[in-house]
Ligand binder design. Structure first.
Ligand SMILES: [Zn+2]
Length: 252
C-alpha cells in the first residue's frame, strides 16, 4: 500500500510540475482568457475590451511568477481593475493581499468566505476521491489574511468596472463560492474541475462537503447557456462535455 501511495504521489507530482505555463483562449476580438497554470491551481487573466482583471490569485509565494506571466502578456499589475476570488481557499486567494497592497487592486469575494479571508485559513476540506487525499499534501495551510473591498451576498453586475458580466453566489464548495458569467463564458472556480491527465474532461472537484448542492449548482450553471467553463484546476471545459459527464451520473 505504501508503494502504491508513493507511486501516485510521484505521478501526480510529475504531472503537476509539467503543466505550468500560459494557455490563451480567444473568445472573440475583445475577449481573451489567459490561464496562468501553476503546479496547483489556475489564475485567469481576462482581457475584456479595455479592462483587465484576474479570476483567482493562486497560492502565497506565486506573486513573482504571476507578475512575470502578466509582464510576458504586456500587462502590469496597475492595469488590473479587480481580482475576483471564486472562493477563499489558500490555493485561490494566496497572493491577494500582495496584489491589493502593491497595486491597489480591489478584491471581490463572496460573503460566506469572509472568515477565511480575514483568517487566511481554509474551512473543512472533504476529499471526494483518493486524488483529493493526495492533493491535500499540496494545499497550503494558510495565506496572508486580507480585507476584501467588495463582499458579494447576491448576484451583482460588474458594469462599474467596465465588465458587463454577472457574479452569482454558488454556495457548495465553500459558503461564499462565486461564479462569473460573462457573455457565453463562465468562470466557475471549484464548482467542477478538469481531470489531471485529460484537462478538458470534467471531474468532481477534489473537495466537496455537499455533493447534493454541488450537483444542483452544476445544473443551475448550465442554464446560463455558456459555451465554455473556466475552472480553478485544469480545464477549460466545454459545456457539451459537462452535459455528457452529468449523463454518466457522477454523483450516484
Ligand atoms: Zn477550493
Amino acid at each position: 500500500m505504501k508503494k502504491l501511495t508513493l507511486f501516485y504521489f510521484l505521478a501526480v507530482l510529475m504531472f503537476l510540475t509539467s503543466c505550468s505555463g500560459i494557455n490563451t483562449q480567444k473568445i472573440h476580438e475583445d475577449f481573451e482568457v489567459h490561464t496562468l497554470y501553476s503546479n496547483i491551481s489556475n489564475v485567469h487573466l481576462v482581457r475584456y475590451y479595455d479592462s483587465y482583471f484576474l479570476v483567482d490569485a493562486g497560492i502565497e509565494g506565486e506573486e513573482v511568477r504571476i507578475e512575470n506571466q502578466l509582464a510576458a502578456l504586456g500587462v502590469n499589475g496597475k492595469d488590473l481593475k479587480f481580482i475576483l476570488l471564486t472562493h477563499g481557499h489558500t490555493d485561490h486567494a494566496g497572493t491577494s493581499k500582495y496584489f491589493k497592497e502593491t497595486y491597489g487592486i480591489p478584491i471581490i469575494v463572496g460573503e460566506g468566505d469572509l472568515p477565511m479571508l480575514l483568517s487566511g485559513k481554509n474551512d473543512s476540506l472533504c476529499a471526494t476521491s483518493f486524488l483529493g487525499e493526495i492533493t491535500r499534501l499540496f494545499v497550503p495551510a494558510q495565506y496572508p489574511p486580507v480585507e476584501p473591498d467588495v463582499v458579494v451576498s447576491e448576484s451583482i453586475n460588474l458594469k462599474n468596472y467596465g465588465v458587463d458580466g454577472t457574479i452569482i453566489p454558488m454556495k457548495d464548495h465553500t459558503e461564499g463560492s462565486l461564479i462569473l458569467v460573462l457573455e457565453k463564458t463562465a468562470f466557475v472556480g471549484d464548482l467542477l474541475r478538469g481531470k489531471a491527465m485529460a484537462k478538458n474532461t470534467p471531474a468532481l472537484i477534489f473537495y466537496q462537503c455537499n455533493l447534493e448542492e454541488n450537483q444542483k449548482n452544476v445544473i443551475k450553471t448550465l442554464l446560463f447557456n455558456c459555451d465554455m467553463w473556466f475552472t480553478g484546476h485544469f480545464g477549460p471545459l466545454k459545456t457539451s462535455r459537462i452535459q455528457s459527464w452529468l449523463e454518466s451520473k457522477p454523483y450516484n
